[in-house]
Design a protein around this ligand. Structure first.
Ligand code: N01
Length: 533
């Protein structure tokens, strides 16, 4: 949305093609009970005053419905809808070496949409392609079975039902919190416990927000100054520089403030020192164990030995997760000891027993970063497909472009701080940078702009080197390790938001030295009239 706004504002003719029927992106698709953002507002907002001056939220961590309403209002206020083609999924994008245009096709209910365009921006999200595990018999289940990101748009009654949930990532934790209190029986099939920390949700009053609005510009500015873009940052001290008493007091403070503070507001060596990480895990375990009264469940949810370094899998924010999973109507099945054998027409059969279910929820995550791109037939120079180009692992330049794919830009994809940043702020940073580059190219009549291969190789290597060692010690979606057969690698830029912004800025200030540029030969200029935008 932000790039579209910036493009329109800059006088580009453009079309936003969207598979959903409305704005909202991840919040359009993720309609499972309890879906809510775990970045607090106003950080999770666009910086433009006309968007926030009369917008108020009911809660610090807004739910899906409020988020959808927000993005709808952004679309209205910026008058973006007339540039949008909803209910169309992009099927292919082919670069024309003679025309210097992208030929794009998209499938919709009414037929195929075709367009030619000088530039293409893919804003496919970080986690948009659902991952459905290959479990025997999954298609035989006669009750309701769906991935969390494909929850029925009209809702689904879980009250009084026997519900099974496979997966305990961010989506699983949120569904469990909502469904556990109302279901007759909830069975959680857990492979890895979630090292969740307290959200500290609270209601927001309009008056409180009105008086805080004078500080909003500073809040938005600060998102460019901290490692993750949150209003708090890592403590520059190392864990063991503080005494046990000082550490305890520091962590207690973070714990009671809530949000991601205990994760990305703690000691900065969390991801670099095994000893530091173990101490953080011990504190986490002590705190959550106080809330898990059932000793058997405690061993499953907060084991004595950490399942992986703390934070190497995405930490979730919880509200009453430990209390809900301790309810008598909630069972936890450790699928490491009692694996799922098959799904039957009436439920799930594990090695040890059968669970009868009315609803089976697959909270099994996403083929993150690249999955959405690999669904599309994207062809760059010499017809090279993105699948071929990324076969040995992702390569990008600055997490916004790909060598050999001229005039192709992307946002929230691999090699940006995506998973460790505030998404609307990142959209502003990347979208702003991309549109500024396009304006420059337009002014210079440049029709082909492509990252140099050596620059992309060097940047990709740089991204790999930035990754902290402990991040590599979990089979996480950060690395692509959650998808069988996927080439694993570093997908996140781990230098922090300020350093990332600086890298983008330097490239622009130096006149984009790491890109090759060309102008369309006069004899081919007629090709441009084919553009149908
Ligand atoms: O997906 P996940 P998610 N048998 O990949 C398990 C964002 N998000 O949808 O860890 C049994 O984290 C898998 O187990 P394991 C956010 O960035 C944000 O929950 O691989 N289990 C894991 O427990 C988040 O991180 C928000 O051992 C299987 C779970 O399924 C990202 O989206 C809300 C299995 C998948 O967890 C993804 O979160 C929701 C199998 N065969 C999502 N296969 C907010 O902002 C997989 N699993 C709040």
């Amino acid at each position: 949305m932000w790039s579209l706004f910036r493009l329109v504002e800059s006088g580009f003719r453009c079309k936003l093609i969207e598979a959903g029927s409305d704005f909202g992106g991840t919040w359009y698709w993720n309609r499972y009970p309890g879906a809510r953002v775990d970045t607090d507002v106003p950080s999770y907002e666009f910086e433009l005053e006309e968007l926030w001056k009369d917008w108020n939220w009911p809660e610090v961590f807004p739910g899906g419905e409020d988020l959808r309403a927000y993005f709808k209002s952004v679309g209205q206020k910026l008058d973006l809808r007339r540039h949008c083609l909803f209910d169309h999924a992009v099927r292919s994008a082919h670069w024309g070496e003679i025309s210097h245009l992208w030929n794009v096709t998209a499938d919709g209910a009414a037929g195929v949409y075709e367009a030619s365009s000088r530039h293409v921006i893919f804003a496919l999200g970080t986690s948009a392609q659902p991952y459905i595990p290959n479990i025997k018999g999954l298609d035989r289940f006669s009750g309701h079975c769906m991935h969390t990101a494909r929850w029925p748009r009209d809702g689904l009654e879980t009250r009084g039902k026997r519900v099974g949930i496979i997966g305990t990532g961010a989506s699983g934790v949120q569904v469990i919190q909502e469904v556990g209190p109302v279901a007759e029986k909830l069975t959680v099939f857990q492979r890895t416990p979630n090292l969740a920390i307290p959200m500290r949700q609270r209601a927001l009053q309009v008056q409180e927000q009105t008086s805080a609005k004078s500080s909003y510009p500073d809040i938005f500015n600060n998102r460019h100054g901290t490692f993750t873009g949150f209003s708090y940052d890592f403590n520059p001290r190392k864990t063991e520089e503080d005494t046990p008493e000082q550490r305890e007091a520091f962590w207690e403070g973070l714990w009671s403030l809530g949000g991601f503070r205990f994760f990305v507001g703690g000691y900065h060596d969390l991801f670099f020192s095994k000893e530091a990480n173990d101490l953080a895990y011990a504190f986490w375990r002590k705190k959550v164990s106080e809330r898990i009264r059932d000793p058997k469940k405690r061993d499953l949810l907060a084991p004595a030995i950490s399942p992986h370094p703390f934070g190497a899998k995405r930490v979730s924010l919880e509200q009453n997760y430990w209390e809900v999973v301790c309810q008598d109507n909630v069972d936890i099945v450790d699928v490491n000891n009692d694996p799922i054998v098959e799904v039957t027409a009436t439920g799930v059969r594990t090695a040890k027993r059968t669970y009868d279910l009315d609803i089976l929820v697959l909270a099994t995550g996403f083929d993150a970063y690249t999955g959405s791109y690999l669904q599309i037939d994207i062809r760059g120079e010499e017809g090279r497909t993105i699948q071929e180009h990324w076969r040995e692992g992702v390569r990008s330049y600055l997490g916004t472009t790909v060598n050999k794919f001229p005039n192709l830009w992307f946002m929230y994809g691999p090699h940006s701080p995506g998973a460790f940043s505030v998404m609307p702020a990142l959209a502003e940073v990347q979208g702003g940078w991309i549109v500024d580059a396009m304006k420059q190219l337009r002014a210079e009549n440049v029709t082909k702009f492509v990252a140099r291969t050596n620059a992309a190789e060097a940047y990709s290597q740089h991204v790999r080197e930035l990754a902290p060692p402990l991040l590599l010690q979990a089979k996480s979606w950060y690395l692509g390790a959650n998808i069988p057969g996927k080439v694993q690698g570093i997908h996140d830029y781990f230098g922090g938001v300020p350093a990332y912004i600086q890298e983008l800025k330097e490239e622009a200030e130096k006149g984009y030295p790491n890109f090759q540029r060309a102008r369309l030969a006069d004899s081919h200029k007629g090709e441009e009239v084919r553009a149908k935008l």
